[in-house]
Every structure is written in structure tokens, then in C-alpha cells.
Design a protein around this ligand. Structure first.
Ligand SMILES: [Zn+2]
Length: 240
């Protein structure tokens, strides 16, 4: 009789133990899946990600001007508009610092600093913002070429910058040896945005061959597609 009671007690203890383990596992799975959902919805930053696209310069400020008269501000806008369309096509929210050939501040009161402040403010007042600023490089001689990404010190910027750099090289320009680098502290836009932020120099306005590519609509679409794909990978937590 005693042995039977002992066995029954042992069986009950074992059943309670198994039940407790099962409950713990279920709780862990639930917590993990909730976390995964939150990360997918927010990009891990508390709000759903919104891509803030900045087409550099505009209006009075044409940026770098190529030997053939092509304005950097026009190339920037062409790539930025394509990037916006592609990212929105994939169901992501976007904001643009400009939609046309204009500056953020009006013509009479134009100042580069005020214009940049407005761009920074758009990013800083957008919950879940990820900023991608589109620019072109310039150099006193015609030789330098190749895209280069500068990333801000804000968490996430380096990963986004390196993802874009790797993909631009792999998909569009395998000969490009440039690396994504930290943006200098003097770069107002990246120094003052409080969100992941990168500045993509898609090529050199001072290189004749590169300008021919940069003003070609098909190349602009390809560059925008690579940047868009990199952004989508980034917000889904994948690397290059
Ligand atoms: Zn520029």
C-alpha cells in the first residue's frame, strides 16, 4: 500500500514537472514570436520604419556641375524619385525632403544652413525615420570614380551604409574599391539627424564617363533599385 502511494506521488510530481516545462516553453515561444512581430513591424526602433529620402541640393543650389552642364541636384532628384516609387511599391512609407527642383527655404531667404536644418528637422520629427540622402561626388581632377556611402554615428547607420555600399558594388560596379565610411562630423545632415542616416554619393560629377551613366535614366533606375533593395533588407534585419 505504501509503495503504491509512493508511486502515485512520484507520478504526480513527474506530471507537474512536465506540465511546468511545457508551460515555460509555451511562454518562451509566445514571447519570442511577439518580439519577432514587433521587430518586423518597427525595424526594431519602436515605430514602423519610414524612409526619409533627401535629394541633395535643389533650387538655387545646383550642387556640383559637370563639364557638360549637368547639375548634381537634377541627378540627385531623378534617383531620389525612383527610390521613393520603388520603396512605396513594396508597401513602405516614405517622405521626401523635396519633390522638384526647389530648396526647402524660399528663394529670397535662401541659406544653405537653413535649408539643411529643414531637411534634418523632417527626419527628426518623423517617428521611425531612416534617412537616405542622395548626392554625387566631385573632385578637382577627372579620374576618381565610384559610388561611396557615408554613414552617421547613429545606431544602425553603419549597417545600412555598408549594406548599400556592398550592393552598389556587387550589382552595378564590381571594379569600385571604395568602402562605406563614417561621415565627417562637419557634415551637417548626418551630424544632426537623430535616426539611422546615410549619405549616398552615387558617383563623380567630375568624371566624364560616370556623368554619362549618372544622367542615364536606366542607370538612375538601377541605382535606385539597389538602394531600395538594401533598405528593405536593412529594415528586415538582414545584412548585405
Ligand atoms: Zn552634393
Amino acid at each position: 500500500m505504501k509503495k503504491k502511494e509512493e508511486r502515485t506521488r512520484r507520478t504526480i510530481r513527474a506530471a507537474v514537472f512536465v506540465l511546468a516545462v511545457l508551460l515555460l516553453c509555451a511562454a518562451a515561444v509566445l514571447a519570442l514570436s511577439r518580439h519577432a512581430d514587433r521587430v518586423m513591424q518597427t525595424g526594431g526602433r519602436g515605430s514602423p520604419p519610414i524612409l526619409v529620402i533627401d535629394a541633395g541640393h535643389g533650387g538655387l543650389d545646383g550642387g556640383a556641375i559637370a563639364a557638360d552642364g549637368t547639375k548634381e541636384s537634377d541627378v540627385n532628384l531623378a534617383i531620389a524619385l525612383r527610390l521613393e516609387s520603388i520603396v512605396r511599391f513594396f508597401g513602405q512609407k516614405t517622405r521626401m525632403t523635396r519633390w522638384d527642383d526647389s530648396a526647402k527655404t524660399d528663394i529670397i531667404s535662401y541659406s544653405e544652413r537653413e535649408d539643411l536644418k529643414e531637411r534634418v528637422q523632417l527626419a527628426n520629427t518623423t517617428p521611425g525615420a531612416v534617412l537616405i540622402s542622395i548626392h554625387q561626388n566631385d573632385f578637382p581632377t577627372g579620374q576618381p570614380h565610384g559610388a561611396q556611402v557615408l554613414y552617421s554615428p547613429w545606431a544602425g547607420s553603419e549597417l545600412l551604409g555598408k549594406t548599400i555600399q556592398t550592393n552598389l558594388i556587387e550589382k552595378l560596379d564590381p571594379g569600385n574599391r571604395r568602402l562605406a565610411v563614417p561621415a565627417p562630423g562637419s557634415l551637417f545632415l548626418t551630424a544632426n539627424t537623430r535616426c539611422p542616416a546615410v549619405l549616398v554619393e552615387c558617383g563623380f560629377m567630375s568624371n566624364g564617363d560616370e556623368v554619362l551613366r549618372l544622367k542615364d535614366g536606366r542607370y538612375q533606375t538601377a541605382a535606385a533599385a539597389v538602394i531600395a533593395a538594401s533598405y528593405l533588407r536593412y529594415i528586415n534585419g538582414k545584412t548585405a
